[in-house]
Design a protein around this ligand. Structure first.
Ligand SMILES: [Zn+2]
Length: 456
């Protein structure tokens, strides 16, 4: 057993298991988070563990009305710039009944997996970072930023970063341990993230509902008007989102990466639970990858103004409300996209109906800048040394709001966005687990990366 694996088993697993036992659900899913104190307890639990390691100090910081942040520091030379390692301690809610013998707040090690909510997303990150920092290799001064609001959109993180700017210092490398790979065979680097525009759209045609036998054919249906409005922003035959402000040219390098990834892992989405004879939007893996990472998409994620079918009366409803969720490619300004969307939906509305667009939620995407030559060389070398296989890159279809914040705050820094989540980790779902052998190797890779950075 390597030194890192044995340290995981003797030092990390007992404390990480304790962290899993804390129901530190992210504030968006637990309005009573402050009274309950679980987020603070999680931060304090990890602070105490970090403080048992020589060369590290840790402090829990609380801004009024915000969830706490755990700030830790590993002493080291700072001339080449500080390293920032990011992770988060808040968790998704349990979701439902976990499998026999498992539970969200019940750490279970079985077949090389540590089960429990927040094991892989993202409790392991702090532990992997500290184990890498204390592995006996060189490292520069390193700051750990462990927030407790990631699953709720990192509300308040920007203010923490501003407050801590002096203590963080000049940053030359940011390592984010909250992303994912598509297998456990290699080191995965995230090269892009999509953004999002969510909006609630209401089409109102009547002040009160009417008998549909009396009014239909005279008063237009609010649902039909909604269909026409949606046709302005999405081609219903292909799913292409046609708002110009939501589309970008796809960079050649990202197309090449998608082709490489499709060759490495054919059958994109083939494991999704498509029902009956249902099929994917295309059989072309490269197009599917680009669709889900570099093209905008629309999902209707909620509706109001409609009764459930079993209690629906024969009325012409007065209004239809839909919650629209657009995923937007990197490079799209969510604010500009939302402005364009609002204009399209509220201009020249059929039959003069009233359209209201409200409750916008905006996230910008992220496209990784080209890594510095030293970093590319280091990652190539580390990937083959630790995993015996070349690294792979992946574009991620979801958004991680803090990456944009960190990129803006540390414009000169190099970014390594990776993580222990694999294709079957059940992140956000039932039976979440951390693949332990992968976590050990990822820890080793971080230790090596820190050493190369310290010497670069
Ligand atoms: Zn996460």
């Amino acid at each position: 057993m390597t030194d890192i694996a044995s340290r995981w088993e003797s030092d990390v697993l007992p404390s990480l298991s304790g962290l899993i036992e804390i129901p530190a659900v992210s504030p968006a899913y637990d309005p009573q988070w402050w009274e309950k104190g679980h987020l603070l307890a999680a931060a304090e639990h990890v602070r105490q563990w970090i403080a048992t390691h020589d060369g590290l100090t840790a402090e829990v910081i609380e801004r009024p009305g915000r969830t706490p942040l755990l700030f830790a520091e590993a002493a080291g030379p700072a001339e080449g710039g500080t390293v920032v390692i990011y992770g988060h301690l808040d968790k998704q809610p349990p979701l439902g009944d976990w499998s026999e013998g498992l539970g969200p707040w019940q750490p279970v090690v079985r077949d090389g997996r540590l089960y429990g909510r927040g094991s892989v997303d993202d409790g392991y990150a702090a532990y992997a970072a500290v184990t890498a920092l204390t592995a006996g290799r060189a490292h520069a001064r390193t700051v750990l930023l462990l927030e407790t609001c990631e699953e709720s959109g990192s509300v308040g993180l920007e203010d923490y970063l501003a407050d801590l700017a002096d203590r963080i210092g000049e940053v030359s490398l940011v390592i984010c341990l909250d992303s994912m790979g598509l297998d456990y065979e290699r080191l995965w680097m995230t090269t892009s993230l999509r953004g999002a525009v969510q909006a609630t759209v209401t089409v109102r045609i009547l002040d009160t509902p009417l008998h549909s036998g009396v009014a239909s054919g005279i008063v237009p249906s609010s649902f039909r008007i909604m269909r026409q409005l949606l046709d302005r922003v999405e081609d219903s035959a292909t799913g292409a989102v046609t708002v110009p402000e939501m589309n970008v040219p796809i960079p050649a390098i990202r197309r090449e990466e998608a082709a490489l990834l499709a060759a490495l892992q054919p059958g994109v989405g083939a494991s999704f639970p498509l029902t009956g004879t249902a099929r994917r939007v295309s059989d072309d893996d490269v197009e599917l990858l680009l669709n889900s990472t570099w093209r905008p998409t629309l999902s209707v994620i909620g509706a109001a103004g409609m009764p459930a079918p079993e209690v629906a009366g024969a009325v012409l409803r007065s209004a239809t409300t839909l919650r629209l969720s657009f995923r937007t490619p990197p490079g799209v300004s969510a604010e500009a996209a939302a402005g364009a969307l609002t204009k399209i939906l509220t201009t020249d509305v059929p039959y003069g109906a009233t359209v209201e667009v409200s409750d916008l939620m905006l996230i910008d995407g992220w496209d990784a800048p080209a890594p510095a030559p030293w970093l590319t060389a280091a990652l190539d070398e580390i990937g083959s040394q630790v995993f015996g296989k070349p690294n792979a890159t992946v574009g991620v279809g979801g958004g991680i709001p803090f990456i944009g914040m960190l990129a803006e705050r540390f414009p000169a820094a190099q970014f390594v966005v990776t993580g222990a989540v694999g294709p079957d980790s059940n992140m956000h779902a039932l039976d979440e687990f951390l693949n332990l052998p992968y976590a050990y190797r990822l820890t080793e890779a971080i230790a090596l990366l820190l050493a190369v950075h310290a010497q670069s």
